[in-house]
Design a protein around this ligand. Structure first.
Ligand code: SF4
Length: 732
């Protein structure tokens, strides 16, 4: 007579477990494929994982193999193979025990890693712990049965009891009598295994069925796998008809040159479904890409299913290459990123800072005081700052990071004032809403809005502040009009992919391309000449080039085109005030119309040049003071803005100078800032009761880069002079 509990445990429960196990996997695969993953935390911690995972997985494979042989193969089979029950038993204890211990050690390492390493713990959910705890309990019982009960208590014939019961379950003739006298620890081992199998489909354990052996022959990240539906297609198709279709009569026509194939076409649904859509919207890719290419986005059931270049940019005219097809492979695969399990959807904070913040908050009980507690303590401040650049981010809640950021802002405003807060939000070309919300916030709190150039530092720093325009650079299509292009500090093929073709097309009309990169990047393939400076020396190379250009095209020989160009398009002729600093002078600010007492609009924002024709100080058109003055002089005509007469700005004061003074500038190298004192020609002005000593930006530039014009100071004597900086000899 079998007790009701035994009926439940050894007759009903096994089938419930099997149904949930199989049904759960089908359900999970159907509705939750994107989360079908081992949820690897390898990025967060490698050492323990490597050790624990290797031990556990290799050990458990042998353990599972042992269970399969021990439970599913009847003892009679192994006996017929010449292995006696005693021999099998010993082998099971030695091999099973050893591999079990290895797996057990690995499981403990994985469990402790998840528990003790904060960043792994923070990214674990309850099921991750549950799985490990259940594995540990089940293995503890299994090892006890194998290594203690079997050896020290009583050898238990589990193959003829538990094995026989399992086989009876699998052939649908469950016989609980086999289990009635099984020791309790063996029964508990099975019951905990039940629980493991029950939760299996709903946890990370599903990754067991996705062991990445196929990675050997395909991409290593797969977000959609259409092959998974194949069995559905097999069911839908008329399978029998499909098999015998070659024997069925076929309809032929066209003098038997054509025939109608009876092949099942259900497989085509795969493709039809793949390319179905409900609507098309216009968008671009918010991946910090300034390409901002126009794309048509195909949407089905609210999901982006595919995308296509819009291909409707206006033409560039008859003698220019077109923009189209504008887009890049990154953009074409962007819909995959959107649904990638790797996509960041929560705030992450550097772990060190988070730890400090939580401690400080619990200590002070006030967010602003907590922030103050951290940043005013040099040791604490150094702890989170020195962790920068080392990764170690942990997930936080939106509320927590909002509180932290608000506290930091409030503390800074209270302590230093709102204009100590600098910020920038995503570039307007990408998203007007995020750009506007961030900039409005900064304006409202009295902070300082940086420009996109200062933020990303991939274009001239402070350019918008100087020019009053967001972007003063030309459009990429204009590369086609250049005859000589130096590509430096950019990898156009990678970072301006949709525009890179203009660079290639320019070469067809004879443009020479020089590429300066330390390594062979994607853009190097465009080069007629590839210059590969040692890493970290390209600034020295640039300074040497500037020195040679100034020396040979402006000083030793004056090339009219270059001279006129810098007079018209640069600030080199503007006058700069010099201020006394000890025995020497230092450059201060531009001389302005307001310094001359001129009553003109925005006088504080208008710079001054010396006109070579009249030898008078004049206010040229085009400086920032004209930007908003509505005088109609926001242009680069070389004219006196007051009289409207043409001017010829003096580039240098040499020859017109009242004196030569020593000016101190700095070069920066591995020793830090090194002062350099060099002579520049100056004019002495007296305006009202004020005296000014001024020189031009050009004269300061020549002094700074060490172009010797016979003036006093620390100038190099030749290109080969190794002493002061900024000339070729040293920069070699
Ligand atoms: S360059 Fe590529 S990623 Fe950037 S917007 Fe264009 S298509 Fe998208």
């Amino acid at each position: 007579m079998v007790a009701p509990l035994d009926e439940v445990l050894w007759v009903s429960l096994p089938y419930i477990v099997i149904v949930v196990f199989i049904g759960g996997h089908v359900y999970r695969y159907a509705v939750d494929q994107y989360a079908w993953t081992s949820k690897s935390s390898e990025l967060l911690e490698k050492r323990w994982l490597n050790m624990g995972s290797q031990l556990f997985h290799w050990g458990i494979l042998i353990v599972i193999l042992g269970h399969i042989i021990g439970l599913l193969v009847p003892p009679g089979v192994t006996q017929a193979m010449g292995v006696t029950t005693e021999e099998y038993h010993k082998m099971a204890i030695v091999l099973g025990g050893a591999s079990g211990l290895v797996a057990y050690l690995g499981a403990w390492i994985l469990f402790l890693r998840r528990l003790l390493i904060p960043r792994v713990r923070k990214t674990s959910d309850a099921t991750d712990f549950l799985v490990l705890v259940l594995i540990l309990i089940t293995m503890t019982l299994g090892l006890y049965n194998t290594l203690i009960y079997d050896i020290f208590v009583h050898p238990f014939p589990y193959r003829s009891t538990i094995g026989a019961w399992l086989r009876s379950v699998l052939v649908l003739q469950p016989n609980p009598n086999y289990m009635v006298n099984v020791p309790i620890t063996f029964q508990l081992h099975i019951i905990f295994a039940y629980i493991l199998f029950l939760i299996w489909p709903f946890t990370r354990l599903v990754h067991v069925w996705s062991y990445p052996i196929f990675y050997l022959r395909r991409a290593w990240i797969i977000y959609r796998r259409q092959g998974g539906r194949r069995w559905l297609f097999m069911l839908r198709a008329n399978f029998i008809k499909e098999i015998f279709r070659h024997l069925l009569p076929r309809e032929k026509f066209n003098n038997n040159w054509s025939e109608i194939d009876n092949a099942d076409r259900a497989w085509e649904d795969l493709y039809r479904n793949r390319w179905q859509y409900d609507k098309v919207v216009r968008s671009t890719h918010g991946v910090n890409c300034t390409g901002s290419c126009s794309w048509r986005i195909y949407v089905k059931d609210g999901i982006v299913v595919w995308e296509h270049q819009a291909v409707d940019y206006p033409t560039n005219g008859p003698n220019m290459p077109e923009y189209e097809p504008r887009g890049c492979p990154r953009g074409a695969s962007f819909s995959w990123y959107i649904y990638s399990p790797l996509r960041i959807k929560h705030p992450y904070v550097r772990g060190e800072l988070m730890r400090l913040w939580r401690e400080a908050l619990s200590k002070t009980g006030d967010p602003v005081r907590a922030w103050e507690y951290i940043v005013t303590n040099p040791e604490l401040a150094n702890r989170y700052k020195s962790a920068r650049g080392k990764g170690g981010f942990v997930r936080a809640s939106w509320d927590e990071v909002l509180e932290l950021i608000s506290a930091a802002l409030i503390y800074t405003i209270k302590t230093y004032g709102p204009d100590r807060i600098f910020g920038f939000t995503p570039i307007p070309a990408m998203s007007m809403v995020s750009f506007s919300s961030g900039s409005r916030f900064l304006e409202l709190i009295g902070g300082v809005m940086l420009s996109f150039y200062d933020w990303y530092a991939d274009l001239p720093i402070a350019s918008p502040q100087v020019w009053g325009e967001q972007t003063d650079v030309h459009e990429s299509a204009d590369w086609f009009n250049s005859m000589y292009i130096i590509v430096w500090g950019t990898n156009i093929a990678m970072t301006r992919t949709p525009d890179a073709h203009f660079l290639a097309e320019a070469r067809y009309r004879g443009t020479k391309v020089v590429v300066v990169t330390t390594d062979y990047t994607d853009v190097t393939k465009f080069a007629d000449l590839w210059i590969a400076p040692k890493p970290g020396t390209d600034a020295a190379l640039a300074m040497s080039m500037v020195h040679v250009i100034l020396r040979e095209f402006y000083v030793d020989r004056q090339v009219e085109y270059f001279i006129n160009y810098v007079k018209k398009y640069t600030d080199l002729p503007f006058l700069v005030i010099l201020e006394k600093s000890g025995d020497v002078y230092i450059p201060s600010r531009f001389l302005r119309a307001s310094d001359l007492g001129l009553n003109v609009p925005n006088a504080e924002w208008k710079t001054v040049v010396l006109d070579l024709d009249t030898k008078r100080l004049v206010i040229p058109n085009g400086s920032i003071g004209f930007r908003w003055s509505n005088e109609g002089k926001w242009n680069l005509k070389l004219e006196d803005s007051i009289t409207g007469k043409p001017i010829d700005p003096a580039l240098t004061l040499l020859g017109l100078h009242d004196d030569v003074v020593l000016v101190r500038t700095y070069v920066f190298d591995e020793r830090g800032p090194i002062p350099i004192v060099r002579g520049v020609p100056v004019k002495k002005l007296n305006v009202g009761n004020k005296d000014f000593i001024v020189t031009t930006v050009y004269d300061l530039l020549l002094a700074h880069v060490g172009v010797n014009r016979g003036l006093p100071g620390d100038y190099p004597s030749s290109y080969d002079d190794p002493k002061p900086s900024h000339r070729p000899g040293r920069n070699q």
